[in-house]
Design a protein around this ligand. Sequence first.
Ligand SMILES: Cc1ncc(COP(=O)(O)O)c(C=O)c1O
Length: 459
Amino acid sequence: MASMTLSNQTSYWRNADAEHFMHPFSNYSEARAEGGARIITGAKGSWLTDSEGNRVLDGMAGLWCVNLGYGQEELAEAGYEQLKKLAYYNAFFKTATPPAVELAERLSKLAPPSFNKVFFGSSGSESNDTVIRMVRTFWQLNGEPERKVIIGRNYGYHGSTVAAAAMGGMGGMHAQGGNLPDFEHIMCPYSFELKHPDESSSEFGLRAANALEEKIQEIGPHKVAAFMAEPIQGAGGLIFPPDSYWPRIQEICDRHGILLCADEVISGFGRLGEWFAHSKFGIRPDTITLAKGITSGYQPLSAVLVGDRIANTFENANEEFVHGYTYSGHPVACAVALKNLEVIERDGVLDHVKTIAGPHLKKRLIETFQDHPHIGEVRCDGMLAALELVKHKETGERFAGDFGTVTRDECFKRNLIMRAVRHTMILSPVLTITTGEIDELVERARTAINAAVEIGLNY
Ligand SMILES: Cc1ncc(COP(=O)(O)O)c(C=O)c1O
């Protein structure tokens, strides 16, 4: 390997990739035809480096997770120190490790006062599976075992295990073995596509929330265990609910005694300028799922924050919760998470998002795209933003084909990572991004979108 040139190395990796690596969420015939993936070999701050030495501006913080940016040595050192001291021990049989205990306490203090317990996993999907088993067991312990149904939303994303896929609202995932009984879905508050022209935003928010009441009545309230939702839907297209939405959802859950489960895998740890986004919407959840930004993606770790209502029921039941993972509370991942939280706090990262980076991103996107003839809507809050691609602004007609992917590829060619969800382009940059980098990002996005539009108009 040492004697290989850069281009030889790249061909070796790309060939081996095409031959052997089954990527997640990928089309394998396309991957084969393209001769392997782009190989990312390093990163610092907001910038990736590929195997050919190109610098790529990462507008997605990896997969919405590298909140502190790449190359934070303190996090690497925290992991290394813990690896040397105690690389692994489990938490199954009345044992624990210091980082897991300290992180459980730290998260309980960051969370609202009614949260005092934490259950760890290694991914958002795993922790959402924990939520599913926990809420159903909660109702069994409460003497209402028929309460099994969990209601999610169309375009909701809660992960890729069978149960998490069934709880999410992605039709394509359900079709590939990702469907199970006792999961139901309601419409999502996607006003750009679903709001009627004669409806106000507030009326639309209430209509979308009332779909929960209708679904509960259809199923029978005595059969519904929980409503599961992301405060802001991420992978489903960055859907921001109208202000009227969450208060009505909360009221419906309260009225029927249904548990409200918030999936904060994307929105936690500063993405919207707060530790947790539910506080921005006035949601009072019973569980909060966390992952991604908990370690800034430096280690695989996730957690369920368990509210007192559930935790007390389990404690009073005096029976074993027969659930857990080999890596629940992994000491290295927890040590990195503790350092991540310390740095976010010490460096004022939430404030940076709230007062500098978030407002700057919003301003630059609005200046650049609000009047763009092929952008139907600009949405931005904190370090989350979406641009709706349209062929005709007046009618909202979309471009033909998989135009989001065409646009994403044009970004990629210009060394910018943006994500495409159907016809929506998404940004979720690292939280430490500078205003200069935001300017660069928006300029690259503008050039790439204009190039894609040329292609789309000439199909
Ligand atoms: C809201 C939400 N929940 C759960 C998950 C699943 O997390 P993981 O990929 O770590 O299993 C994701 C992943 O993007 C997510 O966005």
